[in-house]
Design a protein around this ligand. Structure first.
Ligand code: ADP
Length: 280
């Protein structure tokens, strides 16, 4: 006789987590698909999300450099700046153009000098120095609209995520079809903890970690070109091998990179080395 499926409804055994439970209760909730849909006219190939444990470690720099390299390799490239309250992507590319409007009423992303498609709150504000003082759901809503209401036409999209693992990153991961996460860390951080958090979040979201980048990994002297390990030994290799993640780069602090970001000339700069072989 076939065994009847257990019914845990209103019993002490009920964990209230229907996603991992095989019981057949009448109140069983199907997992919701929270994916935001692209407009049928838009096209986006692979999506990479660039994440960090906290602000200021170089997430936007890495996003800009990856996009510039991807463009230089001959691809159509977009950057979705999901760091809504601290957007720095337009400045890195010296872009202050406003989005246009398509015949189908979608936003047309402004283009950088080399033709990278950009969407960022800074491009929508009257002044780039206006603060964005919004609550989480509103911020997450804007990110989703950048996905659904923009006429993207790209082979690769790089999403500059808000730092941390809070409400907004969570919504972004649930709404956007991210193919891979790239984790940016700096040697001053508790790298093991940051990476473990990112790996576990990626696991929960069913998204692979495409690689890890250690930024500010020593100081590159502009006079002699030598890299000095001012923060001591790097532990990135041990941490990466513990979690089976590929180290894509160790990028030193380079005053020329900072200058290029500051002057909006990142596309024209000598870009730091990153192993992009498996990305694009
Ligand atoms: P995040 O996006 O993580 O907040 P940013 O990419 O905005 O960080 O970087 C913070 C600041 O540090 C920026 O002024 C940026 O130009 C600078 N910066 C980042 N990485 C480097 C680097 N490797 N060398 C020099 N300056 C850097």
């Amino acid at each position: 006789m076939a065994e009847e499926k257990q019914n845990y409804e209103n019993t002490e055994e009920c964990t209230h987590d229907c996603s991992t439970c095989g019981a057949n209760c009448s109140s069983k909730q199907e997992p919701q698909d929270l994916r935001a849909q692209l407009d049928p006219e838009a096209r986006v190939g692979k999506v990479y999300a660039i994440v960090s444990g906290k602000g200021g470690v170089g997430k936007s720099m890495v996003t800009s450099v990856l996009a510039a390299k991807c463009r230089q390799a001959g691809n159509e490239v977009g950057i979705l700046d999901a760091d809504i309250t601290g957007p720095s992507i337009p400045k890195a590319f010296g872009c202050d153009l406003k989005p246009g409007v398509s015949a189908g009423n979608l936003m047309l992303p402004p283009l950088t000098n080399s033709g990278i498609q950009l969407m960022s709150t800074n491009l929508l504000l009257a002044s780039a120095t206006d603060p964005v003082v919004w609550r989480g759901p509103m911020i997450a809503g804007v990110v989703t609209q950048f996905w659904t209401d923009t006429l993207w036409n790209v082979d690769y999209m790089f999403v500059d995520m808000p730092p941390g693992t809070g409400d907004v990153p969570l919504t972004v991961f649930q709404s956007l079809p991210v193919d891979g996460i790239i984790v940016v860390t700096s040697p001053q951080e508790l790298v093991g903890m940051i990476v473990e958090k990112a790996v576990r979040m990626a696991d929960m979201m069913n998204i692979p970690v495409a690689g890890i980048i250690e930024n500010m990994s020593g100081y590159k002297c502009p006079d002699c070109g030598a890299v000095h390990n001012i923060f001591g030994e790097s532990h990135i290799d041990e941490v990466a091998s513990k979690y089976g993640i590929k180290v894509l780069a160790r990028i030193p602090i380079d005053p020329l990179t900072a200058k290029a970001m500051d002057e909006g000339l990142i596309e024209y700069a000598k870009l730091p080395d990153i192993d992009t072989g498996d990305l694009f």
